[in-house]
Design a protein around this ligand. Structure first.
Ligand code: NCD
Ligand code: ZN
Length: 355
């Protein structure tokens, strides 16, 4: 089989973390993606222009030889966010703000409960051309209904801010796909790889699998099938946002396990298999490398990534984190060309954190 070449991806939702984890996990994303939208739910969070500039510097510092990777920076919208800060964030390179409802996911404590109170913030974002990224789950609702119940919030904000670009992040339900499809073109949704594979049964149907536990939780087979249909449909409203979220194994395998699935190491190989299975391989590149860029108003990436048909078994762990599909055999492997050769071994090639 001849190698496959596709335009480098834009991962429009990734958790790169900080410190040691940032240094260890970054290369998986940087090798496959030319850009990634970096989530701001760090500790402490990215709230101000100063935080954003510092975080971007630490990401760039952690990149060793992958000079072509660009982190797309975001800030966290909290109840205290002000329009003045929005203008400053934009001036310092933010391209999106992420709203986490209170308590619905990792590091979202103290998040938003009153979505209307932030109207001056949405207005400032609309004026500045910043994208509003929504973690679409209603706090306090029954876990399987949280996303569906949030859709009214999405509809209301979209109606009141018709020029604001809004992304429903990591959509997990057929209801969300229908809602986003019906809303005007200023509303889109990101889709993860794991939600294209998993249902709730993969998390709790047999023995508990904490490594498939994430927010929003994977739903019913018919929801998963609708996500696959959206991803492979060629509809530009649906694009890749992996939500790759590394947590150390002890934080997952414990009595109070953290939410998040680490998909970065298998991102493109897992997507190729899924699109191939659905006879839609020709639509993969648009999903991974065009629709997100177009929605965000960015030029398309210039570099390509090469994959060879060479089966490999996904390791049990990378640097203390269990990757998605660990133990499975995948058919396509990211080739170590001159750009990627230096970073194939994440540990050896990403700079050590400063002491
Ligand atoms: C994410 C994380 O670990 O930061 N976890 C997750 O389950 N998706 C946060 C998020 O995006 O919800
Ligand atoms: Zn996320």
């Amino acid at each position: 089989m001849s190698p496959m070449q596709i335009r480098k991806m834009d991962d429009m939702h990734v958790h790169l973390r900080q410190g040691d984890m940032l240094h260890r996990a970054l290369s998986h994303t940087a090798v496959q993606c030319e850009r990634a939208l970096v989530m701001p739910n760090t500790i402490p969070p990215i709230l101000t222009a100063t935080d954003l500039v510092k975080y971007r510097e630490s990401i760039i510092e952690a990149l060793a030889s992958v000079e072509s990777f660009t982190p797309l920076m975001t800030f966290k919208i909290v109840p205290g966010t002000t329009p003045a800060e929005i203008h400053s964030l934009k001036a310092h390179g933010a391209i999106a703000g992420k709203l986490y409802p209170d308590g619905v996911t990792t590091n979202s404590e103290g998040g938003v409960t009153d979505f209307k109170a932030l109207y001056p913030v949405y207005k400032a974002m609309q004026d500045e051309g910043l994208v509003l990224c929504l973690h679409g789950e209603m706090p306090g609702a029954f876990s399987l209904d949280r996303e569906t119940l949030f859709l009214d919030v999405l509809r209301t904000i979209a109606a009141d801010f018709p020029k604001l670009k809004i992304v429903l992040e990591h959509a997990t339900t057929a209801d969300a796909i229908k809602c986003v499809s019906e809303l005007p073109d200023n509303v889109a949704a990101s889709l993860t790889v794991h939600h294209l594979y998993l249902t709730l049964d993969d998390v709790i149907g047999d023995r508990l699998n904490p490594h498939a536990f994430c927010k929003p939780i994977a739903k019913r087979p018919e929801d998963r099938d609708m996500l696959v249909k959206a991803a492979t449909s060629g509809n530009p409203k649906f694009f890749l946002g992996s939500d790759s979220a590394p947590h150390p194994i002890p934080s997952k395998e414990c009595a109070c396990g953290a939410a998040g699935v680490y998909t970065a190491p298998v991102l493109l190989p897992a997507l190729i298999e899924l699109f191939e299975r659905n006879n839609q391989l020709e639509r993969l590149e648009a999903f991974t490398s065009e629709f997100g860029a177009k929605f965000y108003g960015l030029p398309l990436n210039k570099d390509t990534i090469t994959l060879t048909e060479e089966s490999w078994t996904v390791p049990d762990e990378y640097h203390g984190v269990k990757p998605f599909l660990s133990g499975s055999t995948l058919k396509w492997k990211v080739a170590a060309d001159k750009t990627t050769a230096a970073v194939t071994d994440a540990r050896a090639t990403v700079r050590a954190p400063r002491a």
